[in-house]
Design a binder for this molecule. Sequence first.
Ligand SMILES: Nc1ncnc2c1ncn2[C@@H]1O[C@H](COP(=O)(O)OP(=O)(O)O)[C@@H](O)[C@H]1O
Ligand SMILES: [Mg+2]
Length: 375
Amino acid sequence: MTATTTDVPKTTTAQSLTLTDLVKTYASRGRESVTAVKGIDLAIEAGELVALLGPSGCGKTTTLRMIAGLETVTSGSIRIGDREISQLPASKRGIGVGFESYALYPPLSVRENLLYGLKARKVKGAEQMVASISSRLEMDELMDLRPAGLSSGQKQRVALARALVRNPPVLLLDEPLSHLDASARQRVRRELKVLQREFGYTTIVVTHDQVEALSLADRLAVMDAGVVQQFGTPDEVFDDPANLFVAEFVGEPQINVLRGVTKHVDGRVHVEIGSRAGALATAVTDVPDGTAVSVGIRPQDCTLSADGPGLRTTVAYFEHLLEFGLATSTVAGIEEGIVVQTPAQEVYEPEQEVVIGAPPERVYLFDADTGERLR
Ligand SMILES: Nc1ncnc2c1ncn2[C@@H]1O[C@H](COP(=O)(O)OP(=O)(O)O)[C@@H](O)[C@H]1O
Ligand SMILES: [Mg+2]
């Protein structure tokens, strides 16, 4: 697969996609209604690739189906450019969808399936475009097969190719790579990103996989319980989480979350953890002393030393992975262990006493009840 092919015609005029206070309530007789999407605002720029990232059931597919016109909107607005589309039938919206359940015509070969819509619209160069995109998605050997003979991963690539060849101004993909094996997923993901850049489609990719979201997206919308919790670049979301949910959902290994109490030391807000472990300096300015908080510290931001300021802890176990180590330490008086990512060459022993430090601006405080970030 090459990443430099230029034989794909760039015919799309990219357009912005704007969701305003979008709500979806599923109501059915005899059952309690479910509000799956609770007022989403998203302004996606022309040509941008946005990942909707969140756990199963948080409303990602519902959001995509409303944009595509496969589901009615309870309230709110959806605009492509300046055009309100929320009341238009799906076929009038000019949107390409690559949904998992997207039907392929069983009697037609993969090639015929891909060409089907293009031929109906008399698109010039359809054969070359289909050949080029399929080859870049590693589908050459599938072209003469019928859908019934395909594995789920192969079907998924055909669905993706079919959405791409339509060359829509707005492209919606729901978990487009979920059935591919790990190595194909990486290659197809890279090619998808390159194709998206070449075509310039405004694209939303739904995923529950943070690696996929971080590697594909210009910006991420992290969703939970029908609400966008944070919308920003991967760096913004990782470095400056808006709340505890985002901090815990994005990042691998997962962020450490500990209970702490704030206290000024030398004119700076510190957070005390455990009864005797010590305190960490923070960059927080607006939190009164004695506030019980949730403290978030990423394993990558922690350092271990023999002494000095920080949290006095004991190594419980140490895992030597190839590129780094993970030391899990315990603090007297608290239940949670603290995971620290250590440099590859360092080794720690169980029972070893270590002091955990972290840069103040990387010690995040969250409201102990609501999980909102305290600054
Ligand atoms: N057709 C439907 N009728 C009733 N409830 C639905 C329907 N589709 C989805 N839901 C509910 O809406 C919520 C969000 O679902 P969904 O958008 O599929 O989430 P996700 O794609 O993030 O996993 C879930 O609680 C789900 O059970
Ligand atoms: Mg879904």
